[in-house]
Write a protein that binds this ligand. Structure first.
Ligand code: ATP
Ligand code: MG
Length: 561
Protein backbone atom coordinates (compact mmCIF):
# COMPACT_ATOMS: atom_id res chain seq x y z
CA UNK A 1 0.00 0.00 0.00
CA UNK A 2 1.15 3.46 -0.80
CA UNK A 3 1.80 5.60 2.20
CA UNK A 4 0.49 9.12 2.09
CA UNK A 5 3.13 11.64 2.97
CA UNK A 6 1.92 13.86 5.79
CA UNK A 7 3.12 17.41 5.63
CA UNK A 8 4.97 18.52 8.72
CA UNK A 9 3.30 21.19 10.84
CA UNK A 10 4.31 24.81 10.47
CA UNK A 11 5.48 26.55 13.65
CA UNK A 12 2.11 28.18 14.30
CA UNK A 13 0.28 24.86 13.90
CA UNK A 14 2.71 23.42 16.43
CA UNK A 15 1.81 26.17 18.90
CA UNK A 16 -1.90 25.65 18.29
CA UNK A 17 -1.65 21.89 18.80
CA UNK A 18 0.27 22.38 22.04
CA UNK A 19 -2.29 24.87 23.31
CA UNK A 20 -5.15 22.50 22.49
CA UNK A 21 -3.41 19.52 24.10
CA UNK A 22 -2.52 21.36 27.27
CA UNK A 23 -6.06 22.71 27.53
CA UNK A 24 -4.78 26.29 27.52
CA UNK A 25 -7.18 26.85 24.64
CA UNK A 26 -10.49 25.00 24.27
CA UNK A 27 -11.26 26.06 20.75
CA UNK A 28 -9.20 28.00 18.23
CA UNK A 29 -10.36 31.50 17.29
CA UNK A 30 -8.37 33.48 14.71
CA UNK A 31 -9.16 36.61 12.74
CA UNK A 32 -8.20 38.16 9.44
CA UNK A 33 -7.94 41.93 10.00
CA UNK A 34 -7.68 43.87 6.73
CA UNK A 35 -7.74 47.62 6.71
CA UNK A 36 -10.27 48.60 4.01
CA UNK A 37 -7.87 51.03 2.33
CA UNK A 38 -7.13 49.00 -0.81
CA UNK A 39 -7.77 45.71 -2.56
CA UNK A 40 -6.28 42.49 -1.24
CA UNK A 41 -3.08 41.22 -2.80
CA UNK A 42 -1.31 37.89 -2.98
CA UNK A 43 0.46 38.67 0.32
CA UNK A 44 -2.91 38.91 2.02
CA UNK A 45 -3.76 35.52 0.52
CA UNK A 46 -0.90 34.12 2.56
CA UNK A 47 -2.37 35.61 5.75
CA UNK A 48 -5.90 34.50 4.80
CA UNK A 49 -4.80 30.91 4.19
CA UNK A 50 -3.15 30.88 7.62
CA UNK A 51 -5.96 32.54 9.60
CA UNK A 52 -8.84 30.72 7.94
CA UNK A 53 -6.77 27.57 7.42
CA UNK A 54 -5.99 27.21 11.14
CA UNK A 55 -9.67 27.61 12.01
CA UNK A 56 -10.64 25.02 9.41
CA UNK A 57 -7.98 22.52 10.39
CA UNK A 58 -8.64 22.73 14.13
CA UNK A 59 -12.42 23.08 13.84
CA UNK A 60 -12.41 26.57 15.28
CA UNK A 61 -13.52 29.91 13.92
CA UNK A 62 -11.95 32.71 11.96
CA UNK A 63 -13.50 36.17 12.17
CA UNK A 64 -13.34 38.72 9.42
CA UNK A 65 -12.55 41.98 11.13
CA UNK A 66 -12.22 45.18 9.21
CA UNK A 67 -9.59 47.26 10.89
CA UNK A 68 -11.31 50.55 10.04
CA UNK A 69 -9.64 52.95 12.44
CA UNK A 70 -8.60 55.56 9.87
CA UNK A 71 -11.57 57.21 8.11
CA UNK A 72 -9.23 59.23 5.88
CA UNK A 73 -8.17 56.33 3.68
CA UNK A 74 -10.99 53.86 3.92
CA UNK A 75 -13.85 53.14 1.57
CA UNK A 76 -16.85 50.84 1.19
CA UNK A 77 -15.64 49.78 -2.27
CA UNK A 78 -12.67 48.16 -0.54
CA UNK A 79 -14.88 46.34 1.97
CA UNK A 80 -16.91 44.77 -0.82
CA UNK A 81 -13.87 43.73 -2.80
CA UNK A 82 -12.20 42.20 0.27
CA UNK A 83 -15.26 40.07 1.00
CA UNK A 84 -15.50 38.92 -2.61
CA UNK A 85 -11.83 37.94 -2.67
CA UNK A 86 -11.92 35.93 0.56
CA UNK A 87 -14.98 34.03 -0.63
CA UNK A 88 -13.42 33.40 -4.01
CA UNK A 89 -10.37 31.93 -2.28
CA UNK A 90 -12.81 29.47 -0.73
CA UNK A 91 -13.07 30.67 2.87
CA UNK A 92 -16.01 31.69 5.01
CA UNK A 93 -16.34 33.88 8.11
CA UNK A 94 -19.90 32.69 8.73
CA UNK A 95 -21.87 35.44 10.43
CA UNK A 96 -18.77 36.96 12.00
CA UNK A 97 -18.23 40.07 9.91
CA UNK A 98 -16.82 42.47 12.47
CA UNK A 99 -15.48 46.01 12.41
CA UNK A 100 -12.99 47.63 14.75
CA UNK A 101 -15.34 50.63 14.53
CA UNK A 102 -18.02 48.54 16.29
CA UNK A 103 -15.72 48.71 19.33
CA UNK A 104 -15.11 52.45 19.29
CA UNK A 105 -17.43 52.86 22.29
CA UNK A 106 -15.70 50.15 24.30
CA UNK A 107 -12.28 51.46 23.30
CA UNK A 108 -13.26 54.94 24.44
CA UNK A 109 -14.43 53.54 27.79
CA UNK A 110 -11.11 51.73 28.12
CA UNK A 111 -9.15 54.90 27.29
CA UNK A 112 -11.10 56.80 29.96
CA UNK A 113 -10.43 53.98 32.40
CA UNK A 114 -6.68 54.26 31.64
CA UNK A 115 -6.84 58.02 32.34
CA UNK A 116 -8.62 57.33 35.63
CA UNK A 117 -5.92 54.88 36.61
CA UNK A 118 -3.23 57.42 35.76
CA UNK A 119 -2.11 55.37 32.76
CA UNK A 120 -2.96 57.82 29.99
CA UNK A 121 -2.66 61.57 29.47
CA UNK A 122 -3.47 64.26 26.96
CA UNK A 123 -0.39 65.74 25.32
CA UNK A 124 -0.70 69.22 23.81
CA UNK A 125 2.42 68.86 21.69
CA UNK A 126 2.46 68.27 17.96
CA UNK A 127 3.37 64.81 16.68
CA UNK A 128 6.71 66.26 15.46
CA UNK A 129 7.58 67.45 18.96
CA UNK A 130 6.57 64.10 20.37
CA UNK A 131 8.70 62.28 17.80
CA UNK A 132 11.72 64.42 18.74
CA UNK A 133 11.41 63.38 22.38
CA UNK A 134 11.16 59.69 21.53
CA UNK A 135 14.92 59.09 21.80
CA UNK A 136 16.65 56.27 19.96
CA UNK A 137 16.86 52.55 20.68
CA UNK A 138 20.03 53.20 22.70
CA UNK A 139 19.04 56.54 24.21
CA UNK A 140 16.09 57.06 26.56
CA UNK A 141 13.25 59.35 25.53
CA UNK A 142 12.30 62.62 27.23
CA UNK A 143 9.12 62.94 29.23
CA UNK A 144 6.46 65.26 27.88
CA UNK A 145 5.84 68.43 29.93
CA UNK A 146 2.17 67.37 29.95
CA UNK A 147 2.85 63.89 31.33
CA UNK A 148 1.85 64.62 34.87
CA UNK A 149 -1.44 66.39 34.37
CA UNK A 150 -4.15 65.59 36.86
CA UNK A 151 -6.71 62.90 36.09
CA UNK A 152 -9.46 65.54 36.11
CA UNK A 153 -7.70 67.74 33.59
CA UNK A 154 -7.00 64.75 31.34
CA UNK A 155 -10.61 63.59 31.50
CA UNK A 156 -11.84 67.07 30.69
CA UNK A 157 -9.43 67.57 27.78
CA UNK A 158 -10.04 64.13 26.26
CA UNK A 159 -13.79 64.67 26.44
CA UNK A 160 -13.37 68.05 24.72
CA UNK A 161 -11.10 66.50 22.08
CA UNK A 162 -13.91 64.13 21.23
CA UNK A 163 -16.51 66.90 21.36
CA UNK A 164 -14.69 68.56 18.47
CA UNK A 165 -13.37 71.55 20.41
CA UNK A 166 -9.80 71.26 19.13
CA UNK A 167 -8.25 71.11 15.70
CA UNK A 168 -6.66 68.02 14.22
CA UNK A 169 -3.06 67.56 15.29
CA UNK A 170 -3.08 69.89 18.29
CA UNK A 171 -3.65 67.26 20.98
CA UNK A 172 -3.31 63.48 21.33
CA UNK A 173 -3.94 60.94 24.04
CA UNK A 174 -0.91 58.91 25.05
CA UNK A 175 -0.52 55.83 27.20
CA UNK A 176 1.74 56.53 30.18
CA UNK A 177 4.12 53.60 30.16
CA UNK A 178 7.88 54.17 30.22
CA UNK A 179 9.95 56.75 28.34
CA UNK A 180 13.12 54.83 29.18
CA UNK A 181 11.96 51.45 27.88
CA UNK A 182 14.35 49.76 25.46
CA UNK A 183 11.27 49.10 23.34
CA UNK A 184 10.38 52.32 21.54
CA UNK A 185 6.75 51.27 21.25
CA UNK A 186 6.43 51.46 25.02
CA UNK A 187 7.64 55.06 25.20
CA UNK A 188 4.24 56.58 25.88
CA UNK A 189 2.67 55.63 22.53
CA UNK A 190 -0.08 57.77 21.04
CA UNK A 191 -3.37 55.91 21.42
CA UNK A 192 -5.94 58.45 20.18
CA UNK A 193 -5.78 61.28 17.68
CA UNK A 194 -8.22 63.91 16.48
CA UNK A 195 -9.62 63.28 12.99
CA UNK A 196 -12.52 65.44 11.86
CA UNK A 197 -13.78 63.28 9.04
CA UNK A 198 -16.89 61.25 8.48
CA UNK A 199 -16.33 57.56 9.00
CA UNK A 200 -17.97 55.18 6.51
CA UNK A 201 -19.75 53.37 9.36
CA UNK A 202 -19.92 55.70 12.34
CA UNK A 203 -20.54 58.91 10.44
CA UNK A 204 -19.72 62.04 12.47
CA UNK A 205 -20.12 60.40 15.84
CA UNK A 206 -16.43 60.59 16.74
CA UNK A 207 -13.84 63.32 16.51
CA UNK A 208 -11.11 61.12 17.95
CA UNK A 209 -10.03 57.78 16.54
CA UNK A 210 -7.91 55.05 18.15
CA UNK A 211 -4.50 54.22 16.71
CA UNK A 212 -4.05 50.79 15.15
CA UNK A 213 -2.05 49.55 18.16
CA UNK A 214 -4.77 50.67 20.53
CA UNK A 215 -7.52 48.93 18.58
CA UNK A 216 -5.92 45.69 17.55
CA UNK A 217 -5.18 43.69 20.68
CA UNK A 218 -8.30 44.94 22.41
CA UNK A 219 -10.47 43.93 19.45
CA UNK A 220 -8.86 40.49 19.62
CA UNK A 221 -9.75 40.40 23.30
CA UNK A 222 -13.38 41.50 22.74
CA UNK A 223 -13.80 38.75 20.14
CA UNK A 224 -12.22 35.95 22.15
CA UNK A 225 -9.42 35.50 19.62
CA UNK A 226 -6.89 32.91 20.80
CA UNK A 227 -4.17 33.09 18.13
CA UNK A 228 -3.63 36.47 16.53
CA UNK A 229 -1.26 36.00 13.59
CA UNK A 230 0.50 38.86 11.91
CA UNK A 231 3.69 39.56 10.00
CA UNK A 232 7.19 39.91 11.47
CA UNK A 233 7.20 43.74 11.53
CA UNK A 234 4.83 43.48 14.48
CA UNK A 235 7.29 41.69 16.76
CA UNK A 236 8.32 44.98 18.43
CA UNK A 237 4.63 45.89 18.86
CA UNK A 238 3.95 42.72 20.84
CA UNK A 239 4.98 44.13 24.28
CA UNK A 240 2.51 46.99 23.77
CA UNK A 241 -0.17 44.55 22.62
CA UNK A 242 0.39 42.58 25.81
CA UNK A 243 0.57 45.64 28.05
CA UNK A 244 -2.77 46.91 26.79
CA UNK A 245 -4.45 43.51 27.04
CA UNK A 246 -3.07 43.20 30.58
CA UNK A 247 -4.73 46.48 31.58
CA UNK A 248 -8.00 45.38 30.01
CA UNK A 249 -8.31 41.74 30.86
CA UNK A 250 -10.36 40.28 33.64
CA UNK A 251 -9.91 36.60 34.39
CA UNK A 252 -7.68 34.03 32.77
CA UNK A 253 -8.35 34.41 29.04
CA UNK A 254 -6.03 36.46 26.84
CA UNK A 255 -5.27 36.57 23.11
CA UNK A 256 -1.68 36.01 21.98
CA UNK A 257 0.11 37.46 18.99
CA UNK A 258 2.30 35.28 16.74
CA UNK A 259 4.38 36.56 13.86
CA UNK A 260 5.24 34.90 10.54
CA UNK A 261 7.19 36.04 7.48
CA UNK A 262 5.30 38.17 5.03
CA UNK A 263 5.15 37.23 1.36
CA UNK A 264 7.41 39.22 -0.92
CA UNK A 265 7.47 38.38 -4.62
CA UNK A 266 10.00 39.24 -7.29
CA UNK A 267 9.02 41.56 -10.15
CA UNK A 268 6.24 43.22 -8.23
CA UNK A 269 5.42 45.61 -5.39
CA UNK A 270 3.11 44.65 -2.57
CA UNK A 271 2.57 47.79 -0.55
CA UNK A 272 -1.00 49.03 -0.78
CA UNK A 273 0.23 52.59 -1.00
CA UNK A 274 2.23 51.77 -4.13
CA UNK A 275 -0.53 49.69 -5.66
CA UNK A 276 -2.89 52.63 -5.09
CA UNK A 277 -0.38 54.90 -6.83
CA UNK A 278 -0.29 52.57 -9.85
CA UNK A 279 -4.09 52.74 -10.01
CA UNK A 280 -4.51 56.46 -9.36
CA UNK A 281 -1.79 57.52 -11.76
CA UNK A 282 -3.23 55.12 -14.35
CA UNK A 283 -0.17 52.99 -14.94
CA UNK A 284 -2.65 50.12 -14.86
CA UNK A 285 -6.33 49.69 -15.64
CA UNK A 286 -7.68 49.61 -12.06
CA UNK A 287 -7.06 47.41 -9.03
CA UNK A 288 -8.08 44.33 -11.02
CA UNK A 289 -5.72 44.97 -13.91
CA UNK A 290 -4.40 41.52 -14.88
CA UNK A 291 -0.82 42.68 -14.19
CA UNK A 292 -1.54 43.65 -10.59
CA UNK A 293 -0.57 41.27 -7.76
CA UNK A 294 -4.05 41.77 -6.33
CA UNK A 295 -6.38 38.80 -5.89
CA UNK A 296 -8.86 40.47 -8.23
CA UNK A 297 -6.11 41.08 -10.79
CA UNK A 298 -4.92 37.49 -10.63
CA UNK A 299 -8.52 36.34 -10.95
CA UNK A 300 -9.07 38.48 -14.04
CA UNK A 301 -5.78 37.14 -15.38
CA UNK A 302 -7.18 33.60 -15.16
CA UNK A 303 -5.57 32.34 -11.96
CA UNK A 304 -7.63 29.77 -10.12
CA UNK A 305 -8.14 29.94 -6.38
CA UNK A 306 -6.64 26.44 -6.14
CA UNK A 307 -3.44 27.62 -7.77
CA UNK A 308 -3.09 30.48 -5.28
CA UNK A 309 -3.76 28.21 -2.32
CA UNK A 310 -1.28 25.64 -3.63
CA UNK A 311 1.32 28.34 -4.08
CA UNK A 312 0.86 29.59 -0.52
CA UNK A 313 1.10 26.02 0.69
CA UNK A 314 4.36 25.52 -1.19
CA UNK A 315 6.12 28.56 0.24
CA UNK A 316 4.95 27.88 3.80
CA UNK A 317 5.27 29.94 6.99
CA UNK A 318 8.54 30.66 8.76
CA UNK A 319 10.16 33.31 10.90
CA UNK A 320 12.61 34.42 8.22
CA UNK A 321 12.17 37.16 5.67
CA UNK A 322 12.24 35.89 2.10
CA UNK A 323 11.78 37.08 -1.45
CA UNK A 324 9.91 34.44 -3.43
CA UNK A 325 10.29 33.93 -7.15
CA UNK A 326 7.29 35.13 -9.16
CA UNK A 327 7.93 32.08 -11.34
CA UNK A 328 6.74 29.86 -8.48
CA UNK A 329 3.33 31.48 -8.59
CA UNK A 330 3.22 31.09 -12.36
CA UNK A 331 4.17 27.46 -12.05
CA UNK A 332 1.35 26.88 -9.61
CA UNK A 333 -1.22 28.15 -12.10
CA UNK A 334 0.39 26.18 -14.96
CA UNK A 335 0.17 23.01 -12.95
CA UNK A 336 -3.46 23.60 -12.10
CA UNK A 337 -4.55 24.63 -15.60
CA UNK A 338 -2.67 21.74 -17.17
CA UNK A 339 -5.12 19.47 -15.40
CA UNK A 340 -8.27 21.40 -16.20
CA UNK A 341 -7.94 23.63 -19.28
CA UNK A 342 -9.44 22.58 -22.62
CA UNK A 343 -6.89 22.38 -25.45
CA UNK A 344 -7.81 24.59 -28.37
CA UNK A 345 -6.11 26.13 -31.39
CA UNK A 346 -5.70 29.81 -32.03
CA UNK A 347 -3.32 31.69 -34.31
CA UNK A 348 -2.17 35.00 -32.86
CA UNK A 349 -0.09 36.30 -35.76
CA UNK A 350 -1.73 34.71 -38.80
CA UNK A 351 -0.38 34.07 -42.27
CA UNK A 352 -2.44 32.29 -44.91
CA UNK A 353 -1.58 28.74 -45.95
CA UNK A 354 -3.25 27.21 -49.02
CA UNK A 355 -3.36 23.48 -49.59
CA UNK A 356 -3.24 23.37 -53.35
CA UNK A 357 -4.27 19.73 -53.75
CA UNK A 358 -7.23 19.98 -51.37
CA UNK A 359 -10.58 20.30 -53.19
CA UNK A 360 -11.99 23.81 -53.25
CA UNK A 361 -15.17 24.16 -51.19
CA UNK A 362 -14.60 20.95 -49.26
CA UNK A 363 -14.84 21.04 -45.45
CA UNK A 364 -13.91 18.17 -43.20
CA UNK A 365 -14.69 17.87 -39.50
CA UNK A 366 -11.61 16.54 -37.76
CA UNK A 367 -11.70 15.07 -34.30
CA UNK A 368 -9.46 16.54 -31.63
CA UNK A 369 -9.03 15.62 -27.97
CA UNK A 370 -10.28 18.17 -25.40
CA UNK A 371 -7.78 17.41 -22.69
CA UNK A 372 -5.26 14.56 -22.82
CA UNK A 373 -5.00 14.78 -18.99
CA UNK A 374 -8.73 14.09 -18.72
CA UNK A 375 -9.87 11.45 -21.22
CA UNK A 376 -13.39 11.63 -19.76
CA UNK A 377 -13.75 15.08 -21.31
CA UNK A 378 -13.79 13.44 -24.73
CA UNK A 379 -13.20 15.19 -28.00
CA UNK A 380 -14.76 17.67 -30.41
CA UNK A 381 -14.69 18.37 -34.13
CA UNK A 382 -12.90 21.24 -35.80
CA UNK A 383 -13.31 22.24 -39.44
CA UNK A 384 -10.47 21.73 -41.92
CA UNK A 385 -10.45 23.24 -45.41
CA UNK A 386 -8.22 24.32 -48.28
CA UNK A 387 -7.31 27.70 -46.78
CA UNK A 388 -5.89 27.84 -43.32
CA UNK A 389 -4.02 30.19 -41.04
CA UNK A 390 -0.80 29.30 -39.32
CA UNK A 391 1.49 31.34 -37.11
CA UNK A 392 3.70 33.68 -39.11
CA UNK A 393 6.80 32.64 -37.20
CA UNK A 394 6.16 28.98 -38.01
CA UNK A 395 7.43 29.63 -41.54
CA UNK A 396 10.88 30.68 -42.71
CA UNK A 397 11.90 31.39 -46.25
CA UNK A 398 15.40 30.16 -45.62
CA UNK A 399 15.32 28.21 -42.39
CA UNK A 400 18.35 26.87 -40.55
CA UNK A 401 18.63 23.10 -40.11
CA UNK A 402 17.31 23.08 -36.55
CA UNK A 403 14.09 24.92 -37.48
CA UNK A 404 11.56 22.10 -37.21
CA UNK A 405 8.71 24.07 -38.62
CA UNK A 406 7.79 25.02 -42.18
CA UNK A 407 10.11 26.12 -44.99
CA UNK A 408 10.35 25.48 -48.73
CA UNK A 409 10.41 21.72 -49.38
CA UNK A 410 9.86 20.85 -45.71
CA UNK A 411 7.19 18.67 -44.13
CA UNK A 412 5.29 19.19 -40.88
CA UNK A 413 2.17 17.76 -39.31
CA UNK A 414 -0.85 19.96 -38.76
CA UNK A 415 -2.22 19.05 -35.35
CA UNK A 416 -5.16 16.62 -35.47
CA UNK A 417 -5.02 16.83 -39.31
CA UNK A 418 -2.52 15.84 -42.02
CA UNK A 419 1.13 15.99 -42.93
CA UNK A 420 1.74 18.84 -45.35
CA UNK A 421 4.70 19.82 -47.51
CA UNK A 422 5.64 23.37 -48.41
CA UNK A 423 5.87 23.77 -52.20
CA UNK A 424 6.03 27.54 -52.64
CA UNK A 425 5.18 30.91 -51.12
CA UNK A 426 4.24 34.42 -52.17
CA UNK A 427 6.16 37.40 -50.90
CA UNK A 428 5.36 41.09 -51.05
CA UNK A 429 8.35 42.38 -52.94
CA UNK A 430 8.16 45.80 -51.39
CA UNK A 431 7.76 44.93 -47.74
CA UNK A 432 9.38 41.49 -47.83
CA UNK A 433 6.39 40.13 -45.95
CA UNK A 434 5.25 36.59 -46.69
CA UNK A 435 1.66 36.80 -47.96
CA UNK A 436 0.73 33.21 -48.72
CA UNK A 437 2.29 29.80 -48.28
CA UNK A 438 1.43 27.00 -50.70
CA UNK A 439 1.48 23.40 -49.53
CA UNK A 440 0.28 19.97 -50.60
CA UNK A 441 -1.19 17.53 -48.12
CA UNK A 442 -0.90 13.78 -47.99
CA UNK A 443 -4.46 12.40 -47.58
CA UNK A 444 -3.06 9.09 -46.29
CA UNK A 445 -1.67 10.69 -43.17
CA UNK A 446 -4.85 11.85 -41.45
CA UNK A 447 -4.43 11.88 -37.65
CA UNK A 448 -5.74 8.69 -36.14
CA UNK A 449 -5.45 6.77 -39.44
CA UNK A 450 -2.38 4.95 -38.18
CA UNK A 451 -0.41 5.97 -41.25
CA UNK A 452 2.30 8.46 -40.59
CA UNK A 453 5.82 9.48 -41.46
CA UNK A 454 8.49 10.87 -39.28
CA UNK A 455 8.15 14.63 -39.24
CA UNK A 456 9.82 16.75 -36.62
CA UNK A 457 7.28 19.54 -36.10
CA UNK A 458 3.57 19.79 -35.38
CA UNK A 459 1.90 23.13 -36.01
CA UNK A 460 -1.39 24.58 -34.84
CA UNK A 461 -3.74 26.03 -37.45
CA UNK A 462 -7.25 27.35 -37.97
CA UNK A 463 -9.46 27.06 -41.06
CA UNK A 464 -9.65 30.52 -42.57
CA UNK A 465 -13.31 30.65 -43.55
CA UNK A 466 -14.39 29.28 -40.16
CA UNK A 467 -12.02 31.26 -37.98
CA UNK A 468 -13.35 33.47 -35.22
CA UNK A 469 -11.65 36.86 -35.36
CA UNK A 470 -10.72 37.91 -31.87
CA UNK A 471 -8.74 40.33 -29.79
CA UNK A 472 -6.13 38.79 -27.53
CA UNK A 473 -4.28 40.55 -24.72
CA UNK A 474 -0.81 39.38 -23.82
CA UNK A 475 0.21 40.52 -20.37
CA UNK A 476 3.69 40.33 -19.02
CA UNK A 477 5.27 41.19 -15.70
CA UNK A 478 4.67 44.76 -14.63
CA UNK A 479 8.29 45.43 -13.65
CA UNK A 480 11.57 44.65 -15.35
CA UNK A 481 13.52 44.46 -12.10
CA UNK A 482 13.44 41.60 -9.60
CA UNK A 483 13.11 43.97 -6.71
CA UNK A 484 11.67 47.25 -8.01
CA UNK A 485 11.36 48.47 -4.43
CA UNK A 486 14.92 47.77 -3.49
CA UNK A 487 16.80 50.68 -5.07
CA UNK A 488 17.92 53.53 -2.90
CA UNK A 489 17.94 56.37 -5.38
CA UNK A 490 15.30 55.09 -7.76
CA UNK A 491 11.56 54.82 -7.58
CA UNK A 492 9.78 51.55 -8.30
CA UNK A 493 8.13 53.42 -11.18
CA UNK A 494 11.52 53.62 -12.90
CA UNK A 495 11.31 49.88 -13.44
CA UNK A 496 7.87 49.67 -15.02
CA UNK A 497 7.90 47.23 -17.93
CA UNK A 498 6.76 49.35 -20.86
CA UNK A 499 6.01 46.18 -22.79
CA UNK A 500 3.75 44.59 -20.20
CA UNK A 501 0.61 44.71 -22.36
CA UNK A 502 0.30 43.80 -26.02
CA UNK A 503 -3.13 43.97 -27.59
CA UNK A 504 -3.38 41.76 -30.67
CA UNK A 505 -6.27 42.29 -33.04
CA UNK A 506 -7.31 39.98 -35.84
CA UNK A 507 -6.23 36.77 -34.15
CA UNK A 508 -7.75 33.69 -35.77
CA UNK A 509 -9.26 31.28 -33.30
CA UNK A 510 -11.08 28.00 -33.80
CA UNK A 511 -14.80 28.71 -34.24
CA UNK A 512 -16.06 27.23 -30.97
CA UNK A 513 -14.24 29.94 -29.00
CA UNK A 514 -16.82 32.48 -30.10
CA UNK A 515 -19.11 31.11 -27.39
CA UNK A 516 -16.50 31.25 -24.61
CA UNK A 517 -17.53 33.00 -21.40
CA UNK A 518 -15.74 34.63 -18.49
CA UNK A 519 -14.40 31.92 -16.23
CA UNK A 520 -13.66 29.56 -19.15
CA UNK A 521 -10.03 28.58 -19.33
CA UNK A 522 -8.10 27.20 -22.29
CA UNK A 523 -4.71 26.02 -23.31
CA UNK A 524 -3.99 27.49 -26.74
CA UNK A 525 -1.78 24.80 -28.25
CA UNK A 526 1.89 25.80 -28.08
CA UNK A 527 1.06 29.32 -26.82
CA UNK A 528 -0.03 29.22 -23.21
CA UNK A 529 -3.09 29.37 -21.01
CA UNK A 530 -5.82 31.87 -21.80
CA UNK A 531 -9.07 32.99 -20.27
CA UNK A 532 -11.93 35.25 -21.31
CA UNK A 533 -11.64 38.80 -20.00
CA UNK A 534 -14.58 39.42 -17.71
CA UNK A 535 -14.24 43.17 -17.98
CA UNK A 536 -16.56 44.61 -20.67
CA UNK A 537 -17.48 41.08 -21.78
CA UNK A 538 -19.93 40.86 -24.68
CA UNK A 539 -21.58 37.52 -25.43
CA UNK A 540 -20.27 36.21 -28.76
CA UNK A 541 -17.35 38.64 -28.74
CA UNK A 542 -15.03 37.37 -26.05
CA UNK A 543 -11.65 39.01 -25.64
CA UNK A 544 -8.94 36.61 -24.50
CA UNK A 545 -6.32 37.24 -21.85
CA UNK A 546 -3.17 35.20 -21.57
CA UNK A 547 -2.81 33.91 -18.03
CA UNK A 548 0.67 32.49 -18.45
CA UNK A 549 2.94 31.09 -21.14
CA UNK A 550 3.46 27.33 -21.33
CA UNK A 551 7.02 27.61 -20.13
CA UNK A 552 8.80 30.05 -17.90
CA UNK A 553 10.27 32.41 -20.49
CA UNK A 554 11.80 34.67 -17.83
CA UNK A 555 13.83 31.80 -16.35
CA UNK A 556 15.42 31.21 -19.75
CA UNK A 557 16.09 34.91 -20.19
CA UNK A 558 17.85 35.34 -16.89
CA UNK A 559 20.01 32.27 -17.60
CA UNK A 560 21.13 33.77 -20.89
CA UNK A 561 22.08 37.08 -19.31
P1 ATP B 1 -1.09 48.65 5.43
O1 ATP B 1 -1.21 48.34 6.89
O2 ATP B 1 0.17 49.30 5.02
O3 ATP B 1 -2.29 49.32 4.85
P2 ATP B 1 -1.09 45.82 5.09
O4 ATP B 1 -0.58 45.12 3.90
O5 ATP B 1 -0.53 45.56 6.43
O6 ATP B 1 -1.01 47.29 4.66
P3 ATP B 1 -3.65 45.11 6.18
O7 ATP B 1 -4.97 45.32 5.57
O8 ATP B 1 -3.37 45.74 7.47
O9 ATP B 1 -2.63 45.60 5.10
O10 ATP B 1 -3.32 43.57 6.23
C1 ATP B 1 -4.22 42.60 6.73
C2 ATP B 1 -3.46 41.38 7.17
O11 ATP B 1 -2.72 40.84 6.10
C3 ATP B 1 -2.48 41.71 8.28
O12 ATP B 1 -2.62 40.72 9.29
C4 ATP B 1 -1.15 41.63 7.61
O13 ATP B 1 -0.16 41.19 8.51
C5 ATP B 1 -1.38 40.64 6.49
N1 ATP B 1 -0.48 40.91 5.37
C6 ATP B 1 -0.34 42.06 4.70
N2 ATP B 1 0.62 41.97 3.75
C7 ATP B 1 1.10 40.70 3.82
C8 ATP B 1 2.11 39.98 3.10
N3 ATP B 1 2.81 40.54 2.11
N4 ATP B 1 2.32 38.70 3.44
C9 ATP B 1 1.61 38.12 4.41
N5 ATP B 1 0.66 38.74 5.13
C10 ATP B 1 0.39 40.02 4.85
MG1 MG C 1 -1.57 46.71 8.31
Amino acid sequence: MEEKATKSLNFIEEIVEKDLESGKVKSVVTRFPPEPNGYLHIGHAKAICLDFGLAEKYKGKCNLRFDDTNPVKEDVEYIDSIKEDIQWLGFSWGDREYYASDYFGKLMDFAIELIRRGLAYVDDQTSEEIAQQKGTPTEAGKESPFRNRSVEENLDLFQRMNAGEFDEGCRVLRAKIDMTSSNMHLRDPIIYRIIKRSHHRTGDKWNVYPMYDFAHGQSDYFEGVTHSCCTLEFIPHRPLYNWLVDQLKEGEYRPNQYEFNRLNLTYTVMSKRKLLQLVEEKYVDGWDDPRMPTISGLRRRGYTSDSIRNFVDTIGYTKYLALNDFGLLENAVREDLNKTATRVMGVLDPVKLIITNYPEGQVEELETVNNPEKPEEGSRNIPFSRELYIERNDFMEDPPKKFFRLGPGREVRLKSAYIIKCEDFKKNEETGEIEEIYCTYDPETKSGSGISRKVKGTLHWVSSEHAFDAEVKLYDRLFTDENPDGHKDKSFLDFLNTDSLKILKGCKLEPGLKDAKPGDRFQFTRLGYFTVDKKDFIQGKPVFVRTVTLKDSWAKLSKKQ
